[in-house]
Ligand binder design. Sequence first.
Ligand code: AKG
Ligand code: FE2
Length: 380
Amino acid sequence: MEKIDQIPHHEAKLVDQNGMSRIIRVPIVQELARRGLDFLPERFIRVSPGNEIATPSAHDSGEACHPIPIIDMIKLRSEGEELSKLARASKECGMFLVKNHGIQSEVLSGVRTAVKGFFGLSFEEKRASVGSYSSTDNVGYGRNFVKSEDQRLDWIDRLTMKAAPKDATLGLRVWPQNPPNFREAIEKYVECARKICDELLEALGESLTPPEKNVFLKYFEEERSEINARVNYYPPCPRPDLAMGINQHTDASALTVLIQFENSGGLQVFKEDEMKWFRVEWPVDDGEELLLLVNFGDLMEIMSNGCFKSSWHRAVTQKDVERFSVALFYNPPAETEIEPIESKQIDGVSYKKVVVGDYIKHFYDVNPTDTKEAIKFALL
Ligand SMILES: O=C(O)CCC(=O)C(=O)O
Ligand SMILES: [Fe+2]
């Protein structure tokens, strides 16, 4: 067996505490998994024995499951009852599933083929396909949030692109050239998802008391709003009980739209009222419409002045199962100043105005953290 450090690595550039620029080698998880390791390399060990993570394979042993409310887009356009359901779901755990979204199955299967095609390439082909990118922008094929050599790593490989505004990646080859239709497939999906997000933003405004349809949507502009597309690949993991696919976090976004392609499980949400992690029940039935999962990020928590809290979530891994997910992060244009709505401040938390780009920069400076740290930046 090769030594771990002979297995291909990403190189993460960072500036250390003394202001020195350094390069950290980060193993490519897919390459580790391909070699059929029967142990978990130390940098990936998150928990100590006796304190294992409840993984999807433990479903049958009674791990708590959280049924996520399903919002029907057709009903949402016509029935007040669906709006109340959206309001309840949004307050309860900051995420919900969306059905009857109208995104054609060919668009979604196009994303699936493109994503699986990319991860089906050899490492050299993947690297050549993506080319160079700016790691400070958190885009490209590689790792983000790696800030030190002793940091615990997630069992994941990822690829992140700025999908909107349209010219955002001009001059940077971050869109894979191979599979050749990768960009087209993702961009088609992004445009469909954007429409759903705009409708949801409007509905969320309408669900407030008093209703204010435009209160969130007004910050978004088709030509300038940002959508980052992140493709997550979780290879089979030798010790799902000790590793994490994505460690606990909130997203920086206003809205995040997630899809997964198989019934592969993995996503978990933390419910503050019960102080517990729950497996997210997110069914994918053969031949059925693929449900979108929408979750709130920090920008939504700020805009809504704590009314719609960003969800604290994570993804676990599995022993013999690989999983793909695609996350779209939808944000107002970077220069936009968002102003929290007036709110009753039930829990005494209030936010102040922030510029979107300032918040996102702060979020990446602060993360990864084990607590909801970054959002304190926006507290009144
Ligand atoms: O893979 C998932 O289900 C979650 C991904 C996620 O939380 C993220 O990309 O921010
Ligand atoms: Fe996330």
